[in-house]
Design a protein around this ligand. Structure first.
Ligand code: ADP
Ligand code: MG
Length: 243
């Protein structure tokens, strides 16, 4: 197993509020890491620190062994290695589906439009959205928008794809199609970090599960360890509440 991202003693405060308190874990290549925990426990902040949408107040983030928080590290480059899928899709409303999946490729990765288009269409095919290339986001359902957002992220060929509650904003009847898309992705060997409340999905796809509670990792382990034999009282109670 080789580590893509190693997180050592990560801390993040907003003013007096210490939201992440000494978080350490490893994201291994090709693995699916799932983060569960109650609302407010710091899951989104943790993801946002990984891709440096938030600046950690302490600790280390090693990407392929190099500390990305060190002065002089090429952060713009680092960010191109990570993709993010948000709860609220964050598609560009003024662009159609194809443009949404091309723009990062041409502006950030400097790909030629023809190449970017080919890659975008392939990824849209993979999520079942290639019939909609000319649609604007407003014409799509939530599930369709989220699948486009996934195709857009994949079109950047990230090393790691981060998901922050990708199905939480969806009507119940659309959750399945997005989970199915993500489940298919896990089989491609993509490295994924997923914050989710979908426990049966998490149980199915996770190689490693982190349970967060009040800014700390209360427990982490395999899907079986966390879901079948949780050791910590806090984990047991959290899982029980969802039943
Ligand atoms: P979760 O995703 O697990 O629900 P969050 O990471 O969103 O938790 O939030 C954890 C805590 O951090 C909350 O108390 C929240 O108010 C605080 N927080 C998150 N983002 C900010 C911010 N930008 N400024 C101040 N406080 C924040
Ligand atoms: Mg959150």
């Amino acid at each position: 197993m080789s580590a893509i991202i190693e997180i050592n003693h990560l801390k993040k405060s907003f003013g007096e509020n210490e939201v992440l308190k000494d978080i350490s874990t490893t994201v291994n290549k090709g693995q699916v890491l799932t983060i569960i925990g109650a609302s407010g426990s710091g899951k989104s902040t943790f993801l946002r620190c990984i891709n440096l949408l938030e600046k950690p107040t302490g600790g280390q983030i090693l990407y392929k062994g190099e500390n990305v928080l060190e002065k002089g590290y090429n952060l713009p480059k680092y960010r191109t290695h990570l993709g993010m899928v948000f709860q609220s899709f964050n598609l560009f409303a003024n662009m159609d589906v194809l443009e949404n999946c091309m723009t990062g490729q041409t502006t950030v990765l400097n790909r030629k439009p023809e190449e970017a288009k080919k890659i975008a269409i392939q990824n849209l095919k993979n999520v079942g959205m290639d019939q909609f290339i000319s649609a604007k986001p407003a014409q799509l359902s939530g599930g369709q928008m989220q699948r486009v957002a996934i195709a857009r992220a994949l079109s950047m060929n990230p090393d790691v794809l981060l998901f922050d509650e990708p199905t939480s904003a969806l009507d119940p009847e659309m959750i399945g199609e997005v989970l199915k898309t993500m489940q298919d992705l896990t089989k491609t060997g993509l490295t994924m970090v997923i914050v989710t409340h979908e426990m049966s999905f998490a149980k199915d796809v996770s190689d490693h599960v982190i349970f967060m509670d009040q800014g700390v990792i209360a427990e982490q382990g395999t899907a079986e360890e966390i879901f079948e034999h949780p050791k910590e009282k806090r984990t047991q109670e959290f899982l029980q509440r969802l039943r």
